[in-house]
Design a protein around this ligand. Structure first.
Ligand code: SF4
Length: 427
């Protein structure tokens, strides 16, 4: 087996497999969305294939220069009561504890953290812990970033120790692509495995949400790392986006789901790729995605196909449940407003739809239109949402605090009336 240095590679000039001319063009792209990988992950690429899925996942692409999409399409900033803490759903708080990853995915939904000067990571752990202590409804903390497993092991231990001291936090999850990008970071760090063993107790298990997007990422090195995690008492589940040219074939998804179940990290969510700036060439339309997902599941056993196809929308996590002859069935799996929880929506089909808004304004599905300013009438809808006394107490705690801090809802708030329009459509 080839020994890898695992040192970060950020300079495209190191990639001799790409022509000099192409490297110059792609370096321009990486000025806006950084390139980062290592020799292990790059060794998974079949360089003779220009359409290689691993290459598409990690190597910059000229099409990223498109202005399509938004920096923060799920309006995460709106649910951020303090730097590095997100509180969107009652029970769940996110700590963004790292702004580094072991590689940078071209489709990253938080790519803004790599190219803006604004640091969104947690800088005051005491305040974040106090926030969770003061919100007794929070049973679930997700450590995310960036990638939490890029932190020094001792720092991670400190955060886990302090969260474990909060009785009402029963579940701690760590979202990480390190098992795919740099599995050796896990198998070679006995201290890391020891802290996982310590914090994953019989009554309160620690979860690691892995991020395998293509079956070729599940190498023997990855299998070893996942085996170490399993042996340390951590529970595993996988979430990954559906990406054009990477995993948008039923056979690929079937293989991914089967391998994930076999190694003990079954699929949890298959995520619709968010309309992030520069991602248009990577997004699969929702109805096409649903057809691929169903076909893939038809070849899987129950555990292999337990994942759900969802969209992380500003208003909540929306499951794409199924397709009728002329309509699409959507369901809120999580929702900001309590009255929306479990809500089923049936919307007319739009084969070009990439995001929920495309079902509300079907013309807004091209690269230029989506992410543009809201059409007339939305602001009016926002006002009725915001001023309706039946609804104002349904806004999540993080949202109210942000509103108080900023003095106004900001542009993100103007996107919430989407529900007002949906109700009109489904009637
Ligand atoms: S691992 Fe996650 S945060 Fe890091 S680049 Fe990929 S999608 Fe973005």
């Amino acid at each position: 087996m080839m020994a890898h240095t695992l040192l970060p590679i950020t300079n495209l000039d190191r990639l001799e497999q790409i022509s000099g001319k192409e490297r110059v063009a792609l370096s321009e792209v990486s000025q806006h969305h950084a390139f980062l990988s290592n020799d292990y992950y790059l060794s998974l690429i079949s360089w003779h294939d220009p359409e290689d899925p691993i290459r598409r996942l990690i190597i910059p692409d000229l099409r990223e220069q498109s202005q399509w999409g938004q920096e923060d399409p799920s309006d995460e900033g709106f649910f951020t009561p303090m730097q590095g803490v997100q509180h969107k759903y009652d029970n769940t708080v996110l700590f963004l504890i790292s702004n580094q990853c072991a590689g940078i995915c071209r489709y990253c939904f938080r790519k803004r953290i790599f190219h803006t000067r604004h640091n969104e990571s947690l800088h005051d752990l005491d305040a974040a812990i106090a926030y969770v202590k003061n919100h007794r409804e929070v049973s679930n903390v997700l450590l995310t970033g960036g990638d939490p497993l890029m932190l020094p092991t001792r720092r991670l231990d400190d955060i886990l120790t302090r969260l474990r001291q909060i009785d009402h936090v029963s579940v701690i999850r760590i979202g990480s692509k390190v098992p795919a990008f740099m599995p050796q970071r896990i198998s070679n760090d006995l201290d890391l495995l020891a802290i996982f063993r310590h914090h994953s107790t019989a009554s309160k298990r620690l979860y690691i949400m892995t991020h395998f997007t293509h079956p070729r990422e599940l190498t023997s090195e990855a299998d070893t790392a996942l085996g170490c995690l399993n042996d340390s008492g951590v529970l595993l589940a996988n979430q990954s986006p559906l990406i054009r040219g990477v995993n948008d074939h039923a056979a690929t998804l079937t293989e991914l789901f089967k391998r994930l179940a076999a190694v003990g990290s079954p699929q949890y969510y298959l995520l619709q790729c968010r309309p992030v700036r520069g991602n248009h060439h990577l997004v699969v339309p929702i109805e096409e995605g649903m057809a691929i997902f169903e076909q893939a599941k038809s070849r899987c056993s129950g555990l292999e196909k337990r994942g759900r196809y969802v969209m992380s929308h500003t208003t909540g996590k929306i499951e794409i449940v199924g397709l009728l002859e002329k309509q699409v069935i959507l369901k809120y799996w999580q929702a900001v407003r309590r009255i929306d929880r479990g809500r089923v929506m049936i919307v007319p089909k739009n084969p070009l739809a990439l995001w929920l808004e495309d079902y509300l304004h079907p013309q807004a599905s091209g690269p230029e239109e989506i992410g543009a300013s809201q059409p007339d009438g939305v602001l009016e809808g926002m006002m009725s949402y915001h001023t309706d006394s039946r609804n104002t107490n349904l806004i999540c705690p993080g949202m109210k605090k942000k509103q108080r801090q900023s003095g106004n809802g900001g542009s993100t708030f103007q996107r919430l009336p989407v529900l007002v329009h949906l109700e009109l459509i489904v009637k």
